[in-house]
Design a protein around this ligand. Sequence first.
Ligand SMILES: CC(C)(COP(=O)(O)OP(=O)(O)OC[C@H]1O[C@@H](n2cnc3c(N)ncnc32)[C@H](O)[C@@H]1OP(=O)(O)O)[C@@H](O)C(=O)NCCC(=O)NCCS
Length: 174
Amino acid sequence: MTIRRERPGDREAIAAVVAAAFGSKAEADLVDAIRSSPEYIAELSLVAESRGEVIGHVMVSFTELLDGSLRHRIFHLSPLAVSPSHQRQGVGSALVEAVIVGCERNGAPFVVLEGDPRYYSRLGFEPSAPHGITIDLPAWAPPEAAQIRVLGDYDRSIRGRVVYPPAFDAVADR
Ligand SMILES: CC(C)(COP(=O)(O)OP(=O)(O)OC[C@H]1O[C@@H](n2cnc3c(N)ncnc32)[C@H](O)[C@@H]1OP(=O)(O)O)[C@@H](O)C(=O)NCCC(=O)NCCS
Protein backbone atom coordinates (compact mmCIF):
# COMPACT_ATOMS: atom_id res chain seq x y z
CA MET A 1 0.00 0.00 0.00
CA THR A 2 1.24 3.48 -0.82
CA ILE A 3 -0.14 6.84 0.20
CA ARG A 4 0.15 9.74 -2.19
CA ARG A 5 -1.49 13.00 -3.08
CA GLU A 6 -4.71 12.88 -5.06
CA ARG A 7 -4.24 13.40 -8.80
CA PRO A 8 -6.79 14.75 -11.32
CA GLY A 9 -7.50 11.26 -12.71
CA ASP A 10 -8.47 9.91 -9.25
CA ARG A 11 -11.79 11.71 -8.95
CA GLU A 12 -14.07 8.83 -9.92
CA ALA A 13 -12.14 6.20 -7.98
CA ILE A 14 -12.23 8.37 -4.87
CA ALA A 15 -15.97 8.94 -5.25
CA ALA A 16 -16.52 5.18 -5.55
CA VAL A 17 -14.46 4.38 -2.43
CA VAL A 18 -16.12 7.11 -0.37
CA ALA A 19 -19.63 6.09 -1.45
CA ALA A 20 -18.92 2.41 -0.72
CA ALA A 21 -17.42 3.16 2.71
CA PHE A 22 -20.28 5.40 3.84
CA GLY A 23 -22.98 3.48 1.98
CA SER A 24 -24.25 6.76 0.55
CA LYS A 25 -23.37 9.21 -2.20
CA ALA A 26 -23.57 12.24 0.11
CA GLU A 27 -19.98 12.04 1.33
CA ALA A 28 -18.67 11.50 -2.21
CA ASP A 29 -20.54 14.66 -3.20
CA LEU A 30 -18.98 16.36 -0.18
CA VAL A 31 -15.49 15.48 -1.43
CA ASP A 32 -16.34 16.97 -4.83
CA ALA A 33 -17.80 20.09 -3.20
CA ILE A 34 -14.73 20.64 -1.02
CA ARG A 35 -12.42 20.07 -3.99
CA SER A 36 -14.05 22.87 -5.93
CA SER A 37 -14.22 25.24 -2.96
CA PRO A 38 -11.74 27.88 -1.74
CA GLU A 39 -11.15 25.76 1.37
CA TYR A 40 -9.57 22.91 -0.59
CA ILE A 41 -5.90 22.15 0.12
CA ALA A 42 -4.60 20.01 -2.75
CA GLU A 43 -1.61 18.83 -0.75
CA LEU A 44 -3.91 17.45 1.95
CA SER A 45 -6.16 15.26 -0.16
CA LEU A 46 -4.50 11.85 -0.04
CA VAL A 47 -5.28 8.44 -1.43
CA ALA A 48 -4.16 5.00 -0.34
CA GLU A 49 -3.38 2.83 -3.32
CA SER A 50 -2.85 -0.90 -3.56
CA ARG A 51 -1.92 -2.62 -6.81
CA GLY A 52 -2.82 0.50 -8.73
CA GLU A 53 -6.28 0.72 -7.17
CA VAL A 54 -7.51 3.51 -4.89
CA ILE A 55 -8.59 1.83 -1.62
CA GLY A 56 -8.84 4.79 0.71
CA HIS A 57 -9.02 8.56 0.86
CA VAL A 58 -8.66 11.33 3.41
CA MET A 59 -9.11 15.06 3.09
CA VAL A 60 -8.14 17.99 5.28
CA SER A 61 -9.48 21.38 4.27
CA PHE A 62 -9.82 24.80 5.84
CA THR A 63 -12.70 25.70 8.08
CA GLU A 64 -13.42 28.74 10.18
CA LEU A 65 -13.15 29.14 13.93
CA LEU A 66 -15.14 32.09 15.26
CA ASP A 67 -14.06 33.70 18.53
CA GLY A 68 -16.14 36.83 19.00
CA SER A 69 -14.91 39.21 16.31
CA LEU A 70 -11.86 37.03 15.65
CA ARG A 71 -11.86 34.57 12.77
CA HIS A 72 -9.23 31.87 12.54
CA ARG A 73 -8.66 29.65 9.53
CA ILE A 74 -8.05 26.17 10.88
CA PHE A 75 -7.53 22.65 9.53
CA HIS A 76 -10.43 20.19 9.46
CA LEU A 77 -10.21 16.49 8.68
CA SER A 78 -13.23 15.22 6.75
CA PRO A 79 -14.04 12.82 5.32
CA LEU A 80 -11.98 9.65 5.85
CA ALA A 81 -12.98 6.52 3.95
CA VAL A 82 -11.54 3.08 3.33
CA SER A 83 -13.02 0.66 0.85
CA PRO A 84 -15.02 -2.00 2.78
CA SER A 85 -12.89 -4.82 1.37
CA HIS A 86 -9.71 -3.20 2.75
CA GLN A 87 -10.87 -2.12 6.19
CA ARG A 88 -9.20 -3.25 9.45
CA GLN A 89 -5.78 -3.47 7.82
CA GLY A 90 -4.42 -0.16 9.07
CA VAL A 91 -5.26 1.84 5.93
CA GLY A 92 -7.40 4.42 7.75
CA SER A 93 -4.76 4.93 10.46
CA ALA A 94 -2.01 5.29 7.85
CA LEU A 95 -4.04 7.89 5.93
CA VAL A 96 -4.68 9.91 9.09
CA GLU A 97 -1.02 9.81 10.11
CA ALA A 98 0.09 10.86 6.62
CA VAL A 99 -2.34 13.76 6.42
CA ILE A 100 -1.32 14.92 9.91
CA VAL A 101 2.30 15.09 8.74
CA GLY A 102 1.08 17.23 5.84
CA CYS A 103 -0.84 19.48 8.24
CA GLU A 104 2.29 19.99 10.35
CA ARG A 105 4.25 20.84 7.22
CA ASN A 106 1.59 23.46 6.46
CA GLY A 107 1.99 25.02 9.89
CA ALA A 108 -1.25 23.75 11.43
CA PRO A 109 -1.32 24.22 15.21
CA PHE A 110 -4.00 21.53 15.45
CA VAL A 111 -6.53 19.56 13.40
CA VAL A 112 -10.21 19.26 14.29
CA LEU A 113 -12.77 16.68 13.25
CA GLU A 114 -16.18 15.31 14.06
CA GLY A 115 -16.12 11.55 14.42
CA ASP A 116 -16.25 8.46 16.58
CA PRO A 117 -13.93 9.01 19.58
CA ARG A 118 -13.44 5.25 19.94
CA TYR A 119 -11.66 5.28 16.59
CA TYR A 120 -9.90 8.64 16.61
CA SER A 121 -8.64 8.45 20.21
CA ARG A 122 -6.24 5.76 19.00
CA LEU A 123 -4.85 8.28 16.56
CA GLY A 124 -4.00 11.01 19.07
CA PHE A 125 -7.31 12.87 18.96
CA GLU A 126 -9.03 14.03 22.15
CA PRO A 127 -12.19 15.98 22.96
CA SER A 128 -11.86 19.55 21.70
CA ALA A 129 -14.09 21.27 24.31
CA PRO A 130 -11.38 21.34 27.03
CA HIS A 131 -9.24 23.22 24.49
CA GLY A 132 -11.96 25.84 24.09
CA ILE A 133 -12.96 24.60 20.66
CA THR A 134 -16.57 23.65 20.04
CA ILE A 135 -18.34 22.11 17.07
CA ASP A 136 -22.12 22.24 16.66
CA LEU A 137 -22.86 18.53 16.52
CA PRO A 138 -25.97 16.75 15.31
CA ALA A 139 -28.33 15.81 18.15
CA TRP A 140 -27.36 12.13 18.04
CA ALA A 141 -23.62 12.69 18.41
CA PRO A 142 -21.98 12.61 21.86
CA PRO A 143 -20.08 15.77 22.88
CA GLU A 144 -16.78 13.86 22.63
CA ALA A 145 -17.36 13.52 18.88
CA ALA A 146 -15.89 17.04 18.57
CA GLN A 147 -12.19 16.27 18.56
CA ILE A 148 -8.81 17.85 18.18
CA ARG A 149 -5.30 16.62 17.57
CA VAL A 150 -2.83 19.06 18.99
CA LEU A 151 0.33 19.48 16.90
CA GLY A 152 3.79 20.86 17.61
CA ASP A 153 2.85 24.48 16.86
CA TYR A 154 -0.18 24.35 19.17
CA ASP A 155 -1.35 27.75 20.36
CA ARG A 156 -3.87 27.59 23.18
CA SER A 157 -5.08 31.11 22.48
CA ILE A 158 -6.76 29.88 19.29
CA ARG A 159 -10.25 28.92 20.42
CA GLY A 160 -13.86 29.39 19.45
CA ARG A 161 -16.72 27.77 17.58
CA VAL A 162 -16.10 25.84 14.37
CA VAL A 163 -18.27 26.99 11.47
CA TYR A 164 -18.12 24.72 8.45
CA PRO A 165 -17.94 26.27 4.98
CA PRO A 166 -20.85 25.93 2.50
CA ALA A 167 -19.42 22.72 0.99
CA PHE A 168 -20.68 20.96 4.13
CA ASP A 169 -24.25 22.25 3.95
CA ALA A 170 -25.61 19.11 2.27
CA VAL A 171 -24.29 16.82 5.03
CA ALA A 172 -24.78 19.26 7.93
CA ASP A 173 -27.70 17.56 9.66
CA ARG A 174 -26.74 13.96 9.10
C1 LIG B 1 -13.50 4.35 9.91
C2 LIG B 1 -12.63 3.78 8.78
C3 LIG B 1 -12.05 4.91 7.96
C4 LIG B 1 -11.50 2.97 9.42
O1 LIG B 1 -10.63 2.51 8.37
P1 LIG B 1 -9.74 1.22 8.58
O2 LIG B 1 -8.73 1.19 7.50
O3 LIG B 1 -10.60 0.04 8.77
O4 LIG B 1 -9.03 1.58 9.97
P2 LIG B 1 -7.80 0.89 10.66
O5 LIG B 1 -7.49 -0.40 9.98
O6 LIG B 1 -6.74 1.89 10.77
O7 LIG B 1 -8.36 0.62 12.12
C5 LIG B 1 -9.32 -0.37 12.23
C6 LIG B 1 -9.73 -0.49 13.68
O8 LIG B 1 -10.58 0.60 14.01
C7 LIG B 1 -11.80 0.07 14.46
N1 LIG B 1 -12.87 0.98 14.09
C8 LIG B 1 -13.27 1.36 12.87
N2 LIG B 1 -14.32 2.20 12.98
C9 LIG B 1 -14.54 2.34 14.31
C10 LIG B 1 -15.47 3.05 15.04
N3 LIG B 1 -16.40 3.81 14.48
N4 LIG B 1 -15.41 2.95 16.39
C11 LIG B 1 -14.49 2.19 17.00
N5 LIG B 1 -13.58 1.47 16.33
C12 LIG B 1 -13.61 1.56 15.00
C13 LIG B 1 -11.95 -1.27 13.81
O9 LIG B 1 -12.82 -2.08 14.55
C14 LIG B 1 -10.52 -1.76 13.88
O10 LIG B 1 -10.23 -2.26 15.16
P3 LIG B 1 -9.20 -3.48 15.36
O11 LIG B 1 -7.88 -2.96 14.86
O12 LIG B 1 -9.21 -3.70 16.83
O13 LIG B 1 -9.69 -4.59 14.54
C15 LIG B 1 -13.43 2.82 7.87
O14 LIG B 1 -14.03 1.84 8.68
C16 LIG B 1 -14.49 3.52 7.04
O15 LIG B 1 -14.23 3.97 5.92
N6 LIG B 1 -15.72 3.60 7.60
C17 LIG B 1 -16.83 4.23 6.90
C18 LIG B 1 -16.65 5.72 6.80
C19 LIG B 1 -16.42 6.38 8.13
O16 LIG B 1 -17.11 6.11 9.12
N7 LIG B 1 -15.43 7.31 8.17
C20 LIG B 1 -15.02 7.99 9.37
C21 LIG B 1 -15.82 9.19 9.65
S1 LIG B 1 -15.33 10.59 8.66
